[in-house]
Design a protein around this ligand. Structure first.
Ligand code: SAM
Ligand code: PRE
Length: 242
């Protein structure tokens, strides 16, 4: 069981930018479940999507894997020894803990846990690529190129699963949905101060796009079909097929 998240529970003189450091690693499973509506359903859904789209002798990429929750769901649901998951994150603290967690499971499906910037990867023979709440942390200028590289590395009919926090289509709706998301956090035990300090820490770090921006990017990257397979408030997951 992971420790409960109280990182922003005391008033901070200055809120520094959010980073995936040792402190966050310690509380991450608790933090993400209490912060992202539908997180567990999305992880389960990624396992089901993998069952449908992963073919023998192919690679699966989990980009910005954190502790490898999506990787575990895929290993568990597909568990084919001819396939390999490549789980990548650029936080050394996350990667160290992810290796420990993944080595505790004895599945037939192998996993390589790699510390790297996902912009520096080349993708090959991929049946499934997962970006589960990762693209939103990349500068906007890097996003299209990454999706183009992913599209290139996917096999025919291979899929990208992209989960993101969204900006709503109008300012008013966006403000209201953000309030509703903050109520969700309150229901999960976060105080107003914790919510406000986390919001300040994520400013200019987590930069959400609209659904339209994501759809345009899928199209520009060459994906032939794409849609939203999950949404809870302003958190959505898309599926895009090569
Ligand atoms: C919200 S977490 C992802 C959660 C995880 N995918 C899951 O399903 O539990 C975002 C992760 O992306 C990683 N990340 C952000 N930018 C990255 C980059 N350029 N290269 C690799 N990893 C990156 C962070 O270190 C962090 O672990
Ligand atoms: O948007 C927020 O308020 C969040 O806390 C979201 C979010 C995310 O989507 O990745 C941000 C950082 C943490 O990794 C957990 C959740």
């Amino acid at each position: 069981m992971s420790k409960s998240d109280n990182i922003y529970a005391t008033p901070l003189e200055e809120v520094s930018s959010f980073s995936f450091d040792h402190k966050v690693v310690e509380v991450f499973p608790d933090m993400i479940k209490r912060s992202v509506p539908g997180y567990t359903a999305i992880i389960d859904g990624i396992g089901q999507i993998a069952k449908k789209y992963v073919h023998p002798n192919t690679n699966i990429y989990d980009l910005g894997c954190s502790l490898g929750a999506a990787t575990l769901a895929i290993r568990q649901s597909v568990n084919d020894s001819s396939c390999k998951v490549i789980a990548v994150d650029n936080s050394s603290a996350m990667i160290e803990r992810c290796r420990l967690i993944q080595s505790g499971y004895n599945f037939d499906m192998r996993v390589d846990v790699i510390e790297a910037d996902i912009n520096d990867l080349t993708f090959e023979n991929a049946s499934l690529v997962v970006l589960n709440f990762t693209l939103q942390f990349l500068p906007r200028g890097q996003r299209l190129q990454l999706l183009q590289k992913i599209h290139q590395g996917l096999n025919k009919n291979g899929v990208l699963v992209l989960s993101e926090k969204l900006t709503m289509s109008s300012d008013e709706l966006d403000a209201h949905i953000i309030d509703i998301h903050h109520d969700f956090k309150k229901q999960n035990g976060y105080s107003d101060m914790e919510i406000a300090q986390k919001r300040a820490a994520l400013e200019n770090v987590l930069i959400p796009d609209t659904r339209e921006q994501h759809y345009t990017r899928f199209q520009k990257s060459g994906f032939s079909q794409y849609d939203t397979w999950f949404q809870h408030y302003n958190f959505a997951s898309f599926i895009a097929v090569k």
